[in-house]
Design a protein around this ligand. Structure first.
Ligand code: 5AD
Length: 372
């Protein structure tokens, strides 16, 4: 005998999220936990409708330049953590970075994302100089930074040097969970302070989490949803946690703790849809981690995580623009994709894969806009 699950309450939750843009914490939890394909399908459909209404079929592209693998932090999940002696350390020069931007510009990129490990404060001048050089050579492009926690005044200086967007995932809004993922010298309080400063400075600000990170529970994710709902970031980055062999979490597998599911792609997709419905104008990437964990096949016959993310409401992809000689060095997790449609030079493949799902690359800068 098959058990008939009553899913009508879940459909009503989706309708409410669509019309009110918010739910009670229990409502979010119910949608996260639900593994009914039909319900998930309806959730994705509502989110996709909202995306298409606001953005059309275009997907924004951002050229990701992995500036440096040197990091002063020791986050337990990350392959470039300070205490990983095996990590290859590099730092691109200003000229290298400008060269990446030139190549990206020729390929059609109009946003550059400078991402790297947390360099010491003594590097702030160098970073500022690089920002000025990029914005003066490419005045029609947007510059996004993703360089971790910096001093308040540094955020202001980098903004004045022309960077207008900043990505800093909060990773988890629960202080105990935060302390299980980070060394004791790091604090959630400081991370949230940085996000506040970034917003107040005027950056289009992005935050987000890893889905299925060690010790994460559904309740933690609900806390993240409530936090993001209050912060209203312009960008939201969500990717599955993937273990790195030279970190303390090397053997950690999702699906083991507090019954978080093994289907981490499905959970990530449901979260993308929830955020799309909560903050319909947000810029939400289908992340490299999502494409890594579910590569799909090259010609797009089997959709991968990137396509799944887009079908669930994502509207940004961030191909890798770093010089190929350093790509292996920026190893945040095992098997990180940096070729094919995840690479700037693979933009043709990306375009083809997007076509299969009725979407196309949108060339404009794609700033955050309120569309109502
Ligand atoms: N798996 C998935 N994502 C990771 N990040 C760092 N390490 C991992 C990992 N092992 C993510 C963090 C960080 C972003 C730059 O990369 O969320 O904010």
């Amino acid at each position: 005998m098959t058990v008939q699950k009553d899913t009508s309450g879940l459909y009503r939750l989706i309708d409410r999220l669509y019309s009110d843009r918010r739910l009670e914490p229990d409502g979010y939890r119910a949608l996260l936990v639900c593994d009914d394909h039909k319900v998930a399908g309806r959730l994705h459909e509502a989110a996709r409708e909202e995306t298409l209404k606001r953005f059309g079929t275009g997907i924004y592209i951002r050229g990701l330049i992995e500036f440096s693998s040197i990091c002063r932090n020791d986050c337990l999940y990350c392959g470039i953590r300070r205490s990983n002696r095996k990590a290859e350390r590099y730092c691109l020069s200003k000229e290298d970075i400008l060269e990446c931007c030139r190549q990206g510009y020729r390929l059609g990129f109009r946003t550059f994302v400078l991402q790297g490990g947390e360099l010491p404060d003594t590097s702030d001048m160098l970073i500022e100089d690089i920002c000025s050089a990029i914005t003066s050579e490419f005045p029609d492009c947007a510059l996004t930074l993703s360089l971790g926690e910096r001093r308040d005044e540094t955020y202001v200086r980098l903004f004045k040097a022309g960077a207008t967007r900043y990505l800093l995932r909060h990773e988890t809004r629960n202080p105990v969970h935060y302390s299980l993922l980070h060394p004791k010298e790091m604090s959630l309080e400081h991370r949230l302070h940085c996000l506040d400063v970034l917003k107040r400075t005027g950056y289009q600000t992005g935050t987000g989490i890893m889905v299925g990170s060690p010790f994460q529970t559904y309740d933690n994710i609900v806390e993240d949803i409530l936090y993001i709902g209050d912060l209203k970031p312009e960008m939201i980055g969500l990717g599955p946690f993937i273990p790195h062999r030279d970190t303390p979490f090397r053997n950690y597998r999702t699906g083991l703790v507090d019954s978080l599911p093994a289907d981490i792609v499905g959970l990530t997709a449901r979260l993308i849809s929830i955020f799309r419905l909560m903050l319909p104008d947000a810029l939400i990437p289908a992340t490299t981690a999502l494409a890594t964990i579910a590569p799909g096949d090259k010609n797009g016959t089997t959709p991968g995580g990137r396509e799944t993310g887009i079908m669930a409401g994502a509207n940004v992809v961030m191909p890798n623009l770093s010089p190929s000689r350093v790509r292996q060095g920026y190893s945040l997790y095992d098997g990180k994709a940096s070729s094919g449609a995840e690479a700037a030079e693979g933009i043709g493949e990306l375009e083809k894969r997007l076509e299969k799902i009725g979407r196309h690359i949108e060339i404009s800068r794609g700033d955050f806009l309120h569309r109502e």
